[in-house]
Design a binder for this molecule. Sequence first.
Ligand code: C2E
Ligand code: MG
Ligand code: MG
Length: 642
Amino acid sequence: MSNLLNARRLSSLYVLCASLWILLSDLWLGRSENTTWQVVQAEMYKGMVFVGLTGLLLYLVLRLHERQQSRQHRALLKGQERLSQAAIVFESTQEGVLVTDPLLRITYINPAVSRITGYTEAEMFGQTPRLLQSGRHDAQFYRSMWCSLAEQQHWSGEIWNRRKDGTLYAQWQCIRAIHDRQGEVSHYVAVFSDLSAIKRSESELLHQSLHDALSGLPNRLLFIDRITHALARSRTDQVSGAVMLLDLDHFQHINDSLGHSVGDQLLQQVAQRLRNTFAENITVARMGGDEFALLCEHCPKAEQAIAIAEQIRKLMAAPFHINGHDYSMSTSIGITLYPGDARTAENLLSNADSALFNAKSKGRATYAFYSQELTERSSRLLELARSLRQSLANNEFRVHYQPIHDMQDGQLVGAEALVRWQHPKRGLVPPGEFIPLAEQSGMIASIDLWVLEQACNQLQAWPGLRYISTNISSRLFCEDDFDIRVARILGRTAVDPRRVELEITESTVMHDPVAAQDMMVRLRALGVQLSIDDFGTGQSSLTRLKHFPVHKLKLDQSFVRGLPHDSADMAIARSIITLGHSMGITVLAEGIEQAAHRDTLRALGCDLGQGYFLGRPQPPEKWTEAPVDMAPRRLSACSGTK
Ligand code: C2E
Ligand code: MG
Ligand code: MG
């Protein structure tokens, strides 16, 4: 522009000077009294001066132009050099540079973008950055990003994207809106760096600070954090748990006599055994030295804590192989239960510590509870569990039979076989006490089969009784050859299978409904009857129930207790009876303790019933009048208050 102005001014000046020159020189020549020859000479000089001045002017203009040209050329070269430097920087930088047009179509990416995202130039051009969206951010996140771009022309922050291979990664990203001369957005330029390495090292650091280096287990800090969370959950979900502290007995001797390297290997093996055994919902931690800890989040009863402590003791009893040698080790365990014993992590740990001290002072290789009462109970249970192992061989079990009556006409129709343990010192132990122990040790399967065989023999002695039912534990029911074992007993006792009923609890059935259905079909093929015990307590899926080949539902006694006054119990009892009948299934009510229970259930159309009001469980010799006839009859002597 300034060049054009200069050229215009110069040419105007030239026209002015040239016109003045011609005018003034002609005026001067006209006035002078020179001869013609002199005039011709003057004209010639005038022309020559004019040409000379014009030439000079032309020379000056050209020089000026030339200098301008070279200045522009130099600026151009400088610009090109700067551009090529920028291109080199873009190509070699570790940061991804991505440019889009105003419609967000990608128009440029540098190689770092391909390296970070896995997409090639060809795959990205024309696409929008949505191609990289991770799905981890909500609409609000993108809204505030676009708001900031619209108002401040830039945005920077951490954003999660998805690579071509599907993996998520975090990147730090700066986006800038570029405007043209009219002020419209012409491009968006995003510059970003991959934060994966930083995130990785951050999480490695976090892991290191919360885990023990030798064993890889959570350390004290993380363990306390887990307890704090578990306590918070127990407050909201009403779940109880246990914290256990484990100390390896005489570990110091190993360190002192065999060296720290053997000691370290032993600790690693202990950690590995614990980790392999307690995978889910039990946190295993190393608190330091030879002290380990367990947080059992679903451990509502002391019995369950005992079972875990027993499991640990067995786990540690197996020898440890180190450098070709076997080392034996025992453990002392301190147990505290929450929320009963304490409500803070610190208090729980200090409780567990004093329980551990008790266990050690009891002679090590044992466990103790924080509360004295629980410690005594656990010793009793331990003692009971020990003597239970011999009980079957010592013939200490007895079977009692509880009568089952027709609710409509009051006739005796059957009996439920219920096991009792005749303990040599403690007398008759009820099933509630020893069945959990038998379940833990696996003995329950043998007990159930023994009871079944006794019941079959009893049926032969009571030909008048329509049927006897026996309880089947989930352990036995889930064994693959359960039906074969039942068939053997039926064969041995030569009893009519239709007079045998197997009671399976609702929770057993619902544990694995498909396998349960398969086993039920196999049992039905033997001709035996099937019933679902404690119905209403195990969250049955009604659609599943339709497919189970069961004959009977046993309405749990917890729903009978409130009849007829409790409206919820009334509603449950009514709907279970209606449900059963709609599927052609007989309904039996358990726990009938009063005439009111019986009358209500009778009015609701319940088919069968059992309970203390109708008759308590009795040993067979106490059934005063054995049902010898095929026609069922009422038993008077064993009918209690009835
Ligand atoms: P269950 O199968 O639901 O048996 C009914 C329980 O209710 C029996 O308790 C019985 O004595 C009790 N009962 C009957 N009528 C009344 C009543 O009117 N009021 C009250 N409060 N209770 C009543 P028991 O004999 O103590 O058995 C408890 C549980 O132990 C049984 O519940 C069953 O789950 C289990 N059990 C008993 N014998 C065996 C067995 O041989 N094998 C297996 N696996 N479990 C058994
Ligand atoms: Mg039962
Ligand atoms: Mg029951």
